[in-house]
Design a protein around this ligand. Structure first.
Ligand SMILES: Cc1cc2nc3c(=O)[nH]c(=O)nc-3n(C[C@H](O)[C@H](O)[C@H](O)COP(=O)(O)OP(=O)(O)OC[C@H]3O[C@@H](n4cnc5c(N)ncnc54)[C@H](O)[C@@H]3O)c2cc1C
Length: 446
C-alpha cells in the first residue's frame, strides 16, 4: 500500500522520498525521465546535477557550509552520499557527478519502502503528495499546478540579476536616492552607483567582450519567445542590450533620469541602481542587470561599477527556465500548501535556489509529511538555522518582487552583538545555527 506520492526524482524528491521511507512510510516516487526529457538533464539517473558538480563551500563559516552542516546533522541521504563521492576541490564539496547520481539511484531503488515509477505525472494527485518536480517541471504538470495555485501564482522567468552584500559597497562612491525622489517612496531603498562618461564606455566595452555561458537548445527555444531567435524584450540580459549600441544602456537600465549626485549637484552620465533585497538591508540587487555572463566574468565586470570594486556576490545573475510558485502566498514554512495540508512542495519549485537548498527543503518535506500522517506536530525550524531562514524567506518575502533565493548569511536574523570582523561574524552565525538546531531537536517529543 502506498502512503505518499513524491513527484520528481531530482535532488529534493529523492531526499524527501528517502526521509519519509526511513520514517516508515511507503513511498511511490514518480520520475518522468527518460520517457520525457527536461532538456537540461543528460541521463536517466535520479538526483542528476544539471550543471556544476559543486555543492558549495564546506567551510562552516560560509552560508553553504552552515546549511551543509545542518543537513549532515539531520542525516541527509544526499549529503552523506556527496561526502562519499567527494573530489579534492579545496574548500568546496565537489562530487563525482556520475557516481553521486548512481549511488542515489541505488539507495532509492534498493529501499524496501520506495517504489520508483518512471512516468510523467500530469495532475496533482488527490493523496498525500510532495511536488518536487524542479525548475523544469513538465509543461502539463506546470499547468495543473498553476490551476491549483491560481493563474497569477506560478511564475516563469528567464533571467535574474546578481545580488550583492551591502557591506561590500563603498559608501564614499555611491549615493542613496530614488528616481524622482518624491514620487517613489523611501529613498534609502535605492543606492546609486554613478558613472562618468569615460567609466561608462569602458564598462560597456567590458560587457561586450566578457564571456557568456552557453545556452542549450531548450533554453534558446524558451528565450526565443514568439519570434524564434529573439529574446523576450522584458528581461533582456544587459550584455544583449549593450550590443544594440554603445548608448543603449544609458537610455535603458543605466539611465540617470531623475537622479542627482548630492556631491556634485549634477546628474551623472549613467547610473547602476541597487535595490534593497531584504528587510534588514544586508543585500542589494542590481536593478535590470539580468545577465548570462559566466560567474567569474560577472565578478570581474560588475566590480568595475563605481562603488562595487569590493562587492561580494550573494547570488550571480543567470538565465534559464525557472518554474516556481508564489510561495509567500501559497506555502506555509512547513512546506505545506496553505489551502491543502497534505500537499507539500519541495526543491527549486518553492523558490529556493541552489543544490543544497533544494536538498534541504526535500528533507523537511519528507520529515513533515510523515509527521502529518502520524498526527505529530509539524516542524518549522528556527530562523537562526539556514534551513529555517530559507523556509521563512520564501514564505514571507514580498510577493511583488519574489525571486528564488539561495542560502546566504543575509537572510539570517542579525546577531545581537555582531563581531566587526567579517569572518568572525560568519563564524558566530555558524555557532548560533548549530546551537539552535540542537536545542530545537532536543525539545521535540520522542
Ligand atoms: C539549467 C540549470 C542549471 C542549474 N545549475 C545549477 C548549479 O550549477 N548549481 C546549483 O546550485 N543550482 C543549479 N540549478 C538550480 C537547481 O539547484 C537545480 O535545478 C536542482 O537540480 C533543483 O533541484 P530540484 O530537486 O528542485 O529539481 P530537479 O533536480 O530538476 O528534479 C526534478 C525532477 O522532476 C522530474 N519531473 C519534472 N516534471 C515531472 C513530472 N510531471 N512527472 C514526473 N517527474 C517530473 C524531472 O525530470 C527531474 O528529474 C540549475 C538549474 C537549471 C535549470
Amino acid at each position: 500500500m502506498t502512503d505518499i506520492i513524491v513527484i520528481g526524482g531530482g535532488l529534493a524528491g529523492c531526499e524527501a522520498a528517502w526521509q519519509a521511507a526511513q520514517n516508515g512510510l511507503n513511498v511511490r516516487l514518480y520520475e518522468m525521465r527518460p520517457k520525457v526529457e527536461t532538456g537540461a538533464h543528460k541521463s536517466a539517473k535520479l538526483a542528476e546535477l544539471v550543471c556544476s558538480n559543486s555543492l558549495g563551500s564546506k567551510l562552516s563559516d560560509r552560508a553553504s557550509g552552515i546549511l551543509k552542516n545542518e543537513l549532515s546533522y539531520l542525516n541527509s541521504l544526499l549529503i552523506n552520499v556527496a561526502e562519499e563521492c567527494s573530489l579534492p576541490a579545496g574548500n568546496a564539496l565537489a562530487v563525482d557527478r556520475e557516481l553521486f547520481s548512481k549511488r542515489i539511484t541505488e539507495a532509492i531503488t534498493d529501499h524496501p519502502r520506495i517504489e520508483l515509477v518512471r512516468e510523467e505525472v500530469t495532475s496533482i494527485p488527490d493523496a498525500p503528495v510532495i511536488v518536487a518536480s524542479g525548475p523544469l517541471t513538465s509543461p502539463v504538470l506546470s499547468k495543473a499546478i498553476q490551476a491549483f495555485t491560481g493563474e497569477d501564482s506560478l511564475y516563469f522567468f528567464d533571467a535574474i540579476s546578481p545580488i550583492i552584500a551591502a557591506d561590500g559597497i563603498e559608501s564614499d562612491s555611491v549615493f542613496t536616492a530614488s528616481r524622482y525622489q518624491f514620487s517613489e517612496g523611501n529613498n534609502t531603498d535605492y543606492i546609486n552607483c554613478p558613472f562618468d562618461e569615460q567609466q561608462y564606455y569602458q564598462f560597456v566595452q567590458a560587457l561586450l567582450t566578457a564571456e557568456r555561458l552557453p545556452l542549450n537548445k531548450l533554453e534558446t527555444d524558451i528565450l526565443s519567445g514568439v519570434n524564434a531567435g529573439h529574446y523576450f524584450e522584458g528581461c533582456l540580459p544587459v550584455e544583449v542590450i549593450a550590443e544594440r549600441g554603445p548608448d543603449t544602456l544609458a537610455f535603458g537600465p543605466m539611465r540617470p533620469v531623475g537622479l542627482k549626485d548630492p556631491r556634485t549637484g549634477k546628474r551623472p552620465f549613467a547610473v547602476v541602481q541597487l535595490r534593497r533585497d531584504n528587510l534588514i538591508g544586508s543585500m542589494y540587487n542590481l536593478v535590470g542587470f539580468q545577465t548570462n555572463l559566466k560567474y567569474l566574468e560577472q565578478k570581474r565586470v560588475f566590480r568595475m561599477i563605481p562603488g562595487l570594486e569590493r562587492a561580494e556576490f550573494m547570488r550571480y545573475g543567470q538565465m534559464h527556465r525557472n518554474t516556481f510558485i508564489a510561495s509567500p502566498k501559497v506555502l506555509k514554512p512547513t512546506l505545506q500548501a496553505v489551502s491543502r495540508d497534505d500537499l507539500f512542495f519541495a526543491g527549486q519549485i518553492t523558490g529556493v535556489e541552489g543544490y543544497l537548498g533544494n536538498i534541504a527543503t526535500g528533507l523537511l518535506a519528507g520529515l513533515n509529511i510523515e509527521r502529518l500522517l502520524n498526527k505529530k506536530p509539524l516542524l518549522t525550524f528556527p530562523t537562526e538555522t539556514m534551513l529555517g531562514s530559507l523556509c521563512h524567506y520564501i514564505t514571507h518575502a514580498d510577493l511583488k518582487d519574489f525571486q528564488p533565493m539561495k542560502s546566504n548569511l543575509g537572510i539570517l536574523p542579525a546577531l545581537p552583538n555582531p563581531p566587526r570582523d567579517k569572518r568572525e561574524r560568519a563564524a558566530a552565525y555558524s555557532v548560533r545555527s548549530s546551537r539552535s538546531l540542537e536545542g530545537f531537536l532536543s525539545l521535540l517529543p520522542a
